[in-house]
Design a protein around this ligand. Structure first.
Ligand SMILES: NC(=O)c1ccc[n+]([C@@H]2O[C@H](COP(=O)([O-])OP(=O)(O)OC[C@H]3O[C@@H](n4cnc5c(N)ncnc54)[C@H](OP(=O)(O)O)[C@@H]3O)[C@@H](O)[C@H]2O)c1
Length: 193
C-alpha cells in the first residue's frame, strides 16, 4: 500500500490559514516546506504533493504548480481549464492514491507522497492507514485564522528529527517556532513500522 506523510505549520490556536493565504511570513519555514517535499534519494524520481483546491489557489500564481513535484489537486467540481495540464485533478484522497498506485507511468517515477493541506484533507489523511508521518511546525504565537488544523489523533507519537532538520527554537520576524515529527503508530505492527 502506497503511504504518505503530512506537512503543516500550525499556530497556537491551531490556525493554518486566513483568506486563502498563510497567516504569517516565515521565509525559512517556507524553505523547510519546499526542501522537505522535494527531497528524493533517487534523482530519476519525483515526489507528489496532494492538496485541496483552496490551498492550490493560495499559492502565488508564479509559484504554482509547486515546481519539481507532481501536483495533485482535490476538488469535487473539476474545472480542468483553471489548471495547467501538468496538474492532476482527483475527486477524493483515496482516488488520488489509487491513481498513483495503478498508473504505471506515474508509479515508476514517484518517490514520496506529501499531503500539504488544507483542513479536511489533513483530517482524512491522519485517519488513513496510509499515513506514515506528520511533519509539524509549531508556531509559538496566536494569529487570526479561518482555516484550522484538526485535532491530532492520539496514535501519533513524536520521533527524533531528520538529520538535516534545524533543531531547537527557530526565530524569524520575532516569531518563534519548532519543528517536530510525529509518527502514526499502526496497530498491526505494534508501532514498530
Ligand atoms: N499552515 C500550513 O501549513 C498550510 C498548509 C496548507 C494550507 N494552508 C492554508 O489553509 C487555507 C486553505 O485550506 P482550507 O482547509 O480552507 O481549504 P483546502 O482543503 O485547501 O480546499 C478546500 C477545497 O478542496 C476540495 N477538497 C477538500 N477535501 C477534499 C476531498 N477529500 N475530496 C475532494 N475534494 C476535496 C474542495 O474543493 P471544491 O470546492 O472545488 O470541491 C474543497 O472546497 C489557506 O489559507 C492556505 O494558505 C496552510
Amino acid at each position: 500500500m502506497l503511504k504518505f506523510s503530512l506537512i503543516v505549520a500550525v499556530c497556537k490556536n491551531f490556525g493554518i490559514g486566513i483568506k486563502g493565504d498563510l497567516p504569517w511570513h516565515l521565509k525559512q519555514e517556507l524553505k523547510h516546506f519546499s526542501r522537505t517535499t522535494k527531497k528524493i534519494n533517487d534523482s530519476n524520481k519525483k515526489n507528489v504533493v496532494i492538496m485541496g483546491r483552496k490551498t492550490y489557489f493560495g499559492v502565488p500564481e508564479s509559484k504554482r504548480p509547486l515546481p519539481d513535484r507532481i501536483n495533485i489537486v482535490l476538488t469535487r467540481n473539476p474545472v480542468p481549464s483553471d489548471y495547467p495540464e501538468s496538474v492532476i485533478l482527483c475527486s477524493s484522497l483515496e482516488q488520488a492514491m489509487k491513481r498513483l498506485e495503478e498508473d504505471n507511468d506515474l508509479k515508476s517515477v514517484i518517490e514520496n507522497v506529501w499531503i500539504v493541506g488544507g483542513s479536511e484533507v489533513y483530517k482524512e489523511a491522519m485517519a488513513s492507514p496510509r499515513c506514515d508521518r506528520l511533519y509539524l511546525t509549531e508556531v509559538d504565537a496566536t494569529f487570526e485564522c479561518d482555516a484550522f488544523f484538526p485535532e491530532i489523533p492520539s496514535d501519533f507519537k513524536e520521533i527524533p528529527l531528520d538529520d538535516d532538520m534545524a533543531k531547537g527554537v527557530q526565530e524569524e520576524n520575532g516569531i518563534q517556532y519548532v519543528y517536530k515529527i510525529l509518527k502514526k503508530q499502526h496497530e498491526s505492527t505494534n508501532g514498530n513500522n
